[in-house]
Design a protein around this ligand. Structure first.
Ligand code: KIV
Length: 274
């Protein structure tokens, strides 16, 4: 059994990304099934231009924070491009081990051709691996669009899912593929599948936290605004700034005070020791 999660093909797993302890704490408080420290961390949290700038150290740092916030939830973390770029199974396995040591329970690896060996090597170290197929953001040559709408690419994605399963993956994540293709892969596989922009027939779903809470600059078709948390936060920022400028915050209610006699003694001491 994979640590911190009981999953079956029938259980509709809910997964969300988180990159920090307070968000992870919230996710755990509603019994989120899996928290993903995805490399979407880069653009969403660190201000990077691309997911491919995310380092192993970044993932470890944020995974450790998420683990502190969610001690009991299954945490999956991405194998970032830095560990994938050289296509070295040894480098990938070392990075995966470091990420697990920082608090993850499993590793997600984007699978395109040639990368299956990375998965095999990581699995051989006893580390659970989720294979990510379809749109794989670490592949610079892929257009940011639905994958598998033509015969060749659809067959390729099916093959990549199959070979990942045969190589020991415990889960398949499918991003931006047609719902019918996701259903076919789900039906043919014995593994749970997780979809994002892959329709309702996957075992479970994953979303990027900012896409469902109102912080993303646009609303993606594959996402849904479950709550707009950005607007109340903006109001809070704006009112705080206004009250600081107006000197109406803080008041005596927001601080502690000192006994007068002690204050006088301290003032005298402070003058003497000037
Ligand atoms: O990095 C990430 O957040 C992801 C999800 C979009 C699946 O890979």
């Amino acid at each position: 059994m994979v640590k911190n999660i009981q999953f079956s093909k029938d259980f509709p797993i809910a997964m969300v990304t988180a990159y920090d302890a307070p968000t992870a704490r919230l996710a755990e408080s509603v019994q989120m099934d899996i928290i993903l420290v995805g490399d979407s961390l880069g653009p969403n949290m660190l201000g990077y231009d691309s997911v491919n700038q995310v380092t192993v150290a970044d993932i470890c740092h944020h995974t450790a924070a998420v683990r502190r916030g969610a001690p009991h939830t299954h945490i999956m973390a991405d194998l970032p491009w830095e560990a994938v770029e050289s296509n070295s199974p040894t480098v990938a396995a070392q990075a995966a081990a470091a990420i697990i040591a920082s608090g993850a329970d499993s590793i997600k690896v984007e699978i395109e051709h040639g990368r299956v060996e990375l998965l095999t090597k990581i699995v051989s170290k006893g580390i659970p691996v989720c294979a990510h197929v379809g749109y794989t953001p670490q592949s610079p040559d892929l257009a940011v669009t639905v994958q598998g709408k033509d015969f060749n690419r659809a067959c390729e994605i099916i093959e990549l899912a199959r070979i990942s399963e045969m190589s020991g993956a415990f889960m398949i994540l499918m991003e931006l593929i047609p719902a019918e293709l996701a259903q076919l892969i789900t039906d043919q596989s014995s593994l749970p599948t997780i979809g994002i922009g892959a329709g309702p027939h996957c075992t479970g779903q994953v979303q990027v936290i900012y896409d469902i809470t109102g912080f993303s600059s646009r609303l993606f078709r594959h996402a849904k605004l479950f709550a707009d948390s950005a607007t109340p936060m903006k109001i809070a920022f704006s009112e705080y700034r206004h009250e600081v400028h107006a000197r109406t915050f803080p008041t005596s209610e927001n601080c502690s005070t000192m006994n007068q006699e002690l204050l006088e003694r301290i003032s005298v001491w402070s003058k003497i020791n000037e």
